[in-house]
Design a protein around this ligand. Sequence first.
Ligand SMILES: Cc1ncc(COP(=O)(O)O)c(C=O)c1O
Length: 434
Amino acid sequence: MSVHRQLLLDEVRKYHQDTVTDAGFVPGVTEIWPSGATLDESDRVALVEAALEMRIAAGVSSRKFESQFARTMKRRKAHLTNSGSSANLLAVSALTSPALGDRRLRPGDEIITVAAGFPTTVNPILQNGLVPVFVDIELATYNTTADRVASAIGPRTRGIVIAHALGNPFEVEEIAGLARDHGLFLVEDNCDAVGSTYRGRLTGTFGDLSTVSFYPAHHLTMGEGGCVLTADLGLARIVESMRDWGRDCWCEPGENNKCLKRFEYQMGTLPAGYDHKYIFSHVGYNLKTTDLQAALGLTQLARLDEFCAIRRRNWRRLRESLDGLPHLLLPEATVGSDPSWFGFAITVAPEAPFRRAELVAFLEDRKIGTRRLFAGNLTRHPAYVDRDYRVVGDLRNSDIVTEQTFWVGVYPALTEEMIDYVALSVSEFVVGHG
Ligand SMILES: Cc1ncc(COP(=O)(O)O)c(C=O)c1O
């Protein structure tokens, strides 16, 4: 390492230490965010190091992150993307590839999904001309069930795309079984659930493809970023092609002729020997990341176990402190799961003597940040009014979530003192309004 570089990085460490000011937690004054990035000295150094080396496109850190993350998540391949939304778009789009022959998804095919959640779990279904078939969720777990999915399978059903709600696994083993029995694709949106397990196995390892987000609210961050994971090398090749403009070539940027026959292909109606680097076998996108993002991802990844453990600890502490309070429905882990929680959801019982808005205002006034369970019932949003979709059963619980549910944070920067203040504040409000 050059002397100047070492000096600069040492200075960055010192700068980081200067920026860390711990004023201590002051109840009602210190902001308790619902989510956010948990960044330390090594994250800052990694980012600066990548910048010093001008690694402005994908490069050595991207490749390293993809292989380490695939190993951590127990999948054969991981492909970085510029967001979790892009990862979902890529995962669903990959299933339309002509390389899948008769199995490929075609416009008009139906995909079972959940009405209450994040929009970009569902949007790729519409963006690919497919038809979402919405099922309802359960309250407390905020997930749908295998029974609901089974009842939605019809003659045009070709796939299932579902997110693990706020880190809580859905009945993914049973739903993967349904997918197998009916010849359906399964995409797990694992954006909020990295580190969660169902029946002892990591979420994201049951489906054909799974996705992750690295936005600051999530378990690991790169600022912006995401990932598509799979154990299927054929699907991985399609994902990579579609991520990288749709090209057929798989050389990394800056690499040439890895296949040793760059000028020997004949594809489509192109002249024989057309440069493989510029042959396009998919109608693709460019959803790549930069090495600055991946460098940050690597230092974050080193802390994944610690992050997941604090999320679990914070959730458990809140759950135990609030247990038994009237008028609130508290969250429950899906039976057989060990969630690496994203947030702590609370539903105000419809017959409660207070409204969600009052409790949320009380908490926000105390600097306790709250969030909605994302969109709630998506079908009630203007974007979806004129879209082609089906609903199986009713969306009663999705509506309750839209009207009565919110969540508070459990992310690693929240201390036990903060969690206790959140619990105390919720209890104080509920008892005061009882
Ligand atoms: C379940 C789920 N899927 C997808 C996304 C989208 O991820 P991103 O913000 O990285 O696009 C989010 C975002 O929070 C999410 O919660």
